[in-house]
Each structure stands twice: as structure tokens, then as C-alpha cells.
Design a protein. Structure first.
Length: 220
């Protein structure tokens, strides 16, 4: 874990230097700078509002690199990164980020049942800003993005998602149950403001389409 942390910090330092022009997105970044909104539509719900676009840069057994280009008001629902370290760099625009980590509490026998989590981050980010890092069990491994303006996020996932190796992307929502406690006793400590999350399928208007990456080729 210590080595993984050190490597992630080194990569964060490098990512902090990346600009939209380095990955072929200067034109999109200029549009975001002059965008005057608002636009209150969900991704895929209006013909004039394009869905979220994913630009694939590179993938190998060790890591993957991609960019999510998000139109205003589009949302990437709450989702996890099991056993993964993720570096995220906001290239342009503004977005809301909300993230959680699981609490060390006995898991339910049924994985679809609600699990307790603690809030790690609930904030708005505007580029230029620093790279964020999440780890397998800390840093806000379960997160959601909502675009305030047109924006783009560059993600490095290490290792990448892999169904064969048990690294599935699972989506979550706040549990609607009213009988779940807002406080828990863990290791002799009282944890307040507990959030209970449960698995769910994203709505039909959650659309991510593959886009064409126009930046320089990534070679390992």
C-alpha cells in the first residue's frame, strides 16, 4: 500500500501539469470558458444535449487512461472502483464531486442490501485544479460527478476494471429505507452522519458514447 501511494503521488505531480491542449481538447476547453448556461437537462434526454463522451487513450494489464467529456447537467452516477487506485484530473470546466468510503461494518449476506458509508468529499471543482487520488479503501473510492459547465475529466485507473478479476463497476444510490441508523458504533467510536448505499441500475438516459481521441498517441 505504501508503494502504491508513493507511485500515485508521483503520477499526480505529472498529471497536475497536463493542459487540455496536451490531449487534443483545446477547442472544447475554449468553449467551456465562454459557456454561459444554464442548461438543466440530463444526459441523453434532449436531442440538442449530447451524451457523455468517453475518449480511450490507453489500456494494459496495469492501468487504463481515458477522458470523460461531460455536457452541462450530465451526471455519472455513484460508482465504485474495487481494489483500484484512481487519479482524476479536471482538464476544463466545473463539476460537483461527491464521494464516499465504506465503513468497516459487517457486510450483509446479500450484497444488494444497503451498506454504511461515510462522506469523504462534497464539493465543486473548477479547472485549473489539482489532481485527486482515491485508493481501494480510502480517499472516496465510491464517487459521482455532475457537470456544472461543459467539462472533461482525465482518469487513470490502476489496475483497470476487469470482470475476469472481480473488478466490476457497480452503481449505487442512497437507500430509501427509513429504518437504517444515522449513527454506528465502530471500534469503540461513534460514527455520525452515516450514509447507507445500495446497488442500483442507472436510468435509461444515462448514456456514455465512445468518442475519437485526437491527442498524441500514448506509448508505454
Amino acid at each position: 500500500m505504501f508503494l502504491r501511494t508513493v507511485v500515485a503521488l508521483v503520477h499526480r505531480f505529472q498529471l497536475d501539469k497536463i493542459k487540455p491542449s496536451d490531449v487534443g481538447l483545446e477547442q472544447e476547453a475554449q468553449y467551456a470558458r465562454v459557456w454561459s448556461g444554464p442548461m438543466h437537462q440530463c444526459n441523453g434526454s434532449h436531442p440538442s444535449l449530447p451524451p457523455i463522451k468517453y475518449l480511450h487513450l490507453h489500456e494494459c494489464d496495469s492501468f487504463s487512461i481515458g477522458i470523460f467529456c461531460m455536457p452541462p447537467s450530465s451526471i455519472i452516477p455513484l460508482h465504485n472502483h474495487p481494489g483500484m487506485t484512481v487519479l482524476s484530473k479536471l482538464l476544463y470546466g466545473s463539476l460537483y464531486v461527491k464521494s464516499y468510503d465504506w465503513l468497516d461494518f459487517p457486510a450483509a449476506a446479500d450484497p444488494s442490501q444497503a451498506r454504511p458509508a461515510e462522506l469523504v468529499r462534497d464539493t465543486e471543482m473548477t479547472a485549473p485544479c489539482g489532481t485527486t487520488i482515491l485508493y481501494p479503501s480510502s480517499g472516496g473510492n465510491i464517487h459521482t460527478f455532475e457537470a456544472v459547465t461543459p467539462c472533461a475529466i482525465l482518469d487513470i485507473l490502476s489496475p483497470p476494471y476487469s470482470s475476469e478479476n472481480g473488478r466490476h463497476c457497480t452503481y449505487f444510490r442512497n437507500s430509501p429505507r427509513k429504518d437504517l441508523p444515522g449513527e454506528l458504533q465502530l471500534n469503540g467510536m461513534t460514527v455520525s452522519d452515516v450514509t447507507w448505499l445500495e446497488e442500483f441500475q442507472p436510468p435509461d438516459n444515462f448514456v456514455i458514447r465512445r468518442g475519437q481521441y485526437r491527442g498524441p498517441v500514448i506509448r508505454r
